[in-house]
Design a protein around this ligand. Structure first.
Ligand SMILES: Cc1cc2nc3c(=O)[nH]c(=O)nc-3n(C[C@H](O)[C@H](O)[C@H](O)COP(=O)(O)O)c2cc1C
Ligand SMILES: [Mn+2]
Length: 495
């Protein structure tokens, strides 16, 4: 597939420009007066549940706060906004988007950010005793959360105390006090490695955080950019031009010049506070409240009328398509690098996320389907926290779960089409593994393809052919359009 041209943007990755583009797409809504205490979170969830293409939602006039201190939710919950953010055409379809993204990832050359002297972030500066994070409308996102989460769609910037390399990761941040924020970083993450090195040396770890930025930076911080690659460089590489950053005065860490809100401070050795629980992406609370480190905030910076970006995970049955696309692109590249031929598409059905990988292939030789499945679930991008791998033929639309289920139901026979891999890589968020036993789980490979040996004699499909559909759709276009308008209504209308 031809890779769409990169469009040069006038400036470096500004959320406010992105919001203007989203408004032009007619995918931005604002809601005034929702309360921080569960109301913003619940409305976000209800909109995701009810609307098949959910808009981005800007919450303003939050009771008890400066009316222009806002919260943005559902940034990336449509294909169009995902494409916009990745600088791809907004009319692109799912598999072409994944294909274009993987081509970009494959050829990505990191571009160092441009360090600028100042930017909109410096419109308001508060130091030491002036710092008051309680003045921001930080939501309680889910009913069972142990606190209000300021950081769910944000950046956490740290530096390796030994190598000096900077990292930008997205690790949840809980509001602890007016000048304290707790964070949870899971084992092996780059920020955790920095933290552990600093603590071993008995030294504080300087930390900067950004709560509100262009969503591409959130993607960079929350998707596996390889260790050693700075996420700002990666973002510049994906955009084809450097992003603009400021060097913060106390920690010398870098944050985007157009960030909405940023803090800098330190994690002190040995200091912890209770953190969590927080509703996580599999749709569960994997663990109870724990003692976790926190940052003592020394300085706070924010734009006028700042916007907190929220990307709290809800049950994946109602959202998360953009994360499926990103992971699919990485798995597809991993499979291609391992030499699997004729892959027609890779997708992770959003309700399952990493727990299910679907691959479509044009079968070339006996064992091709098995090879595709094994590599999909064991290449680096697909190996962690998986469960099911389904391989289908190229005629199946893998972005449509109905089609995938139809293929499973009609082209697989459990006695011969299924294999189980044991003791594969799982993790602390795996709901089916008992507490205290987390670590390993298993994988099921389902070959839902026409069996290779007699694929040419497999029963023919009864649906109309593409040509017939095209011919009659064109001939009856007007009548069909009328039927469609009268009968496809949003789920909101049905209530
Ligand atoms: C909305 C969202 C929230 C996340 N929260 C956490 C978290 O609280 N802790 C964590 O360790 N990883 C979390 N992650 C995953 C990390 O952001 C991801 O693994 C990322 O690659 C980490 O950056 P790093 O590779 O530089 O460490 C989250 C991801 C998303 C999309
Ligand atoms: Mn990293």
């Amino acid at each position: 597939m031809a890779i769409p041209e990169l469009k040069k943007t006038s400036n470096a990755c500004d959320l406010r420009d992105w919001l203007k583009d989203v408004k032009r797409l007619e995918q931005l809504e604002s809601i005034s007066g929702a309360h921080w205490d569960l109301e913003i979170g619940a409305l976000t969830e209800i909109i995701l549940e009810r609307i098949s293409t959910p808009p981005a939602v800007l919450f303003d006039k939050v009771p008890g706060f400066d009316p222009q201190r806002r919260v943005l939710a559902n940034m990336l919950e449509s294909l169009e906004r995902t494409a916009l953010t990745l600088n791809l055409p907004t009319d692109i379809k799912t598999i072409p988007l994944i294909d274009a993204l993987r081509a970009r990832l494959r050829s990505l050359q990191p571009i160092k950010p441009k360090i600028v002297a100042t930017g909109p972030l410096m419109e308001n500066i508060e130091r030491d005793d002036q710092v008051d994070l309680m003045k921001f409308p930080v939501p309680l996102w889910h009913e069972g959360d142990g606190g209000r989460y300021l950081g769910t769609g944000h950046l956490v910037v740290t530096r390796d105390p030994e190598t000096g390399l900077e990292n930008v990761g997205c690790y949840r941040v809980m509001l602890q006090d007016k000048d304290k924020v707790g964070l949870y970083i899971s084992p092996g993450k780059h920020g955790k490695i920095h933290y552990e090195k600093a603590m071993r040396a008995g030294k504080p770890l300087p930390v900067a955080m950004v709560f509100g930025q262009h969503p591409l930076l959130f993607i960079a911080a929350s998707q596996a950019v390889p260790i050693g690659v700075n996420e700002y460089d990666w973002t510049g590489g994906l955009l084809g031009q450097p992003i603009e950053v400021l060097e913060l005065p106390l920690t010398k860490l870098h944050v985007p010049a157009t960030a909405e809100i940023a803090i800098e401070g330190e994690i002190m050795p040995g200091e912890t506070l209770p953190e969590g629980p927080f509703g996580e992406w599999p749709g569960y609370y994997a663990s109870a409240q724990r003692a976790e480190p926190f940052v003592r905030v020394q300085a706070l910076y924010y734009r006028n009328d700042p916007i907190i970006c929220g990307a709290a995970p809800f049950k994946p049955t109602i959202h998360g398509m953009y994360r499926s696309c990103l992971r699919a692109a990485m798995v597809w590249n991993g499979m291609e690098q391992a030499g699997v031929p004729d892959i027609r598409g890779v997708y992770l059905p959003p309700p399952a996320q990493r727990f299910m990988i679907v691959v479509s292939i044009k079968q070339r030789y006996p064992g091709h389907a098995k090879q595709a499945a094994l590599v999909a679930c064991q290449c680096q991008a697909g190996a962690y926290l998986g469960r099911y791998v389904v391989v289908v033929d190229e005629d199946i639309d893998i972005t449509d779960l109905n089609e995938v289920v139809w293929a499973m139901a009609t082209r697989s026979d459990p006695a011969t089409s299924v294999d189980i891999l044991r003791r594969t890589w799982s993790g602390p968020l795996d709901p089916i593994i008992q507490p205290g036993q987390k670590g390993h789980n298993s994988r099921m490979i389902i070959e839902a393809v026409r069996p290779y040996e007699w694929r040419d004699r497999f029963p023919a499909i009864s649906a109309i052919s593409d040509e017939t559909r095209e011919r009659f759709s064109r001939k009856w276009e007007k009548q069909l359009a009328g039927v469609q308008v009268r009968h496809s209504r949003s789920r909101f209308d049905q209530e």
